[in-house]
Design a protein around this ligand. Structure first.
Ligand code: DLL
Length: 443
């Protein structure tokens, strides 16, 4: 393994000019594209035509990007109500692909793309793989699922655009993943962070790590913490990057962090971000947390105005140490619908993850939050895996660790929690997005 180092990265990688222009220059590109997209949806998507009429807004009222708050919001519900293709803005013959997501309940979200949409998607991903220091000389092992989910196919399109070699493994069969990673000499791999940790531990157990050529990991599709990133980096001796996206907006590649790891750069020439108070829908102050809302500026088949992602983050418009002026969103806290209110306190699974990893190896960051209501009171149980030696040694050691984890979690969350220490591999591993919370109050 040879971690990508800052020095090599600076020497090898040339940042595309569009990622370094001034905020005013970017605003003028965004304004032109916003006017085009608003006209397009007003003329071609009855849903937006009606919504704008209801608000008393004509396309001519939108003159530049600062007019964006005159436009209507779009929600997941709106997409569901127009299932499958009701919000399509181009004739059928221009559509070349559909991708989507499988919600756990209700209908799928299915998103059509034109060839230009695919080209833009590939371009954004290629820019981001470049941010991670990858070039056409790299071999990228993709263990995101292929299929309707955008992870596998999206990365594949980006790797091709970069001119690197895609190894399209898809998810599952960890033994085979490990064999191919080694035999094919992959230099980077892409999967969810929870699977990356599992794979890293499996590679370590099998003693394969010294023979691998991996230098970078590209991980996203679910919330994770800096502590988790450092944990995976530590096991594999590599540099890991946080990649963000959602199928409604295109898929992976909407944003990614660079080697400085000071937030995820958004491709704002294609996706215009706002950070809003989720309750009132008004803008938060720069740097404050809120809900990320996107307007697609160049999508042809399925443009969306002010799409409420429910993802909680903050934004920073200052120039990054890498030279990019693309604004950066902070590592995601979670989603508004991920956040649990327990005895009046807001709890995100990422807070638990952060606290567990801060305990420095005493417990593994394989965890599950279970919320129950007992005698009208909310009870949060955190299940967490610990080394098997704790189960063979005297019971006192296990009790002491349980107390310690309880104290650390109470301090991090501000409420008392029940801690259940379990043996390694008890909590189900996921090859895709991990389940972090079971809320029995909702059943
Ligand atoms: O998860 C696209 C993707 C694939 C992103 C591969 C990155 C890598 P969906 O299935 O539509 O698309 O789920 C989108 O996943 O709204 C977030 O809640 C969450 N999410 C995605 N990336 C991150 C990330 C793909 N880096 C939903 N950090 C989004 C935190 C993420 N949450």
């Amino acid at each position: 393994m040879s971690k990508i180092e800052l020095k090599d990265w600076q020497e090898k990688i040339r940042t595309p000019e569009i990622e370094c222009i001034s905020r005013d220059e970017m605003a003028s590109i965004q304004s032109k594209r916003l006017v085009e997209v608003v006209n397009r949806v007003y003329d071609n998507v009855p849903f937006y035509h009606e919504k704008m009429k209801d608000l008393g807004v004509e396309p001519g009222d939108i003159k530049d990007i600062s007019d964006i708050n005159k436009l209507p919001f779009t929600t997941k519900e709106d997409i569901r109500n127009n299932y499958p293709f009701g919000l399509r803005a181009v004739p059928e013959e221009q559509v070349v692909r559909v991708q989507g997501t499988s919600g756990t309940t209700g209908k799928l979200t299915v998103i059509p793309y034109t060839q230009k949409d695919i080209d833009v998607w590939g371009e954004c991903l290629a820019r981001e793989l470049t941010m991670a220091g990858l070039t056409k000389e790299d071999r990228i092992h993709i263990c995101y699922g292929y299929g309707l989910f955008t992870g596998g196919m999206g990365l594949d399109i980006g790797v091709s655009k970069l001119g690197a070699t895609a190894i399209p493994m898809s998810s599952g069969n960890t033994k085979r993943q490990m064999m191919c990673m080694e035999d094919f000499g992959a230099t980077a791999f892409a999967c969810t962070p929870s699977y990356a940790l599992y794979l890293a531990e499996s590679l370590k157990e099998a003693g394969v790590i010294p023979r691998l050529k991996i230098k970078a990991g590209i991980h996203g599709a679910e919330p994770w913490t800096k502590a988790m990133r450092e944990k995976i980096e530590g096991i594999l001796g590599i540099n890991c990057f946080d990649i963000y996206g959602l199928c409604e907006i295109s898929g992976p590649g909407v944003a990614m962090d660079c080697i400085h790891h000071k937030g995820l750069h958004i491709q704002v020439d294609h996706f215009y971000p706002e950070i809003l108070d989720p309750g009132t829908g008004t803008a938060t102050k720069e740097g404050e947390y809120g809900e990320l809302v996107f307007t697609t500026l160049s999508k042809e088949a399925y443009p969306l105005l002010r799409y409420r992602t429910k993802d909680i983050t903050s934004i920073d418009y200052s120039r990054c140490d890498c030279g990019r002026t693309l604004p950066r969103i902070s590592t995601f806290k979670g989603r508004t619908d991920d956040m649990k209110v327990i005895r009046g306190v807001n709890v995100f699974p990422t807070q638990v993850e952060q606290a567990l990893v801060s305990m420095g190896g005493a417990v593994a960051p394989h965890y599950l939050l279970v919320v129950d209501r007992v005698n009208n009171l909310d009870v949060l149980t955190v299940m967490v895996e610990v080394d098997e030696s704790y189960f063979s040694d005297e019971i006192k050691k296990l009790d002491a660790l349980r107390d310690k984890v309880g104290k650390v979690l109470k301090q991090a969350l501000g409420i008392a929690v029940k801690v259940k220490l379990v043996e390694p591999k008890t909590i189900q591993r996921s090859e895709g997005k991990a389940t972090r919370v079971i809320d029995n109050r909702e059943i």
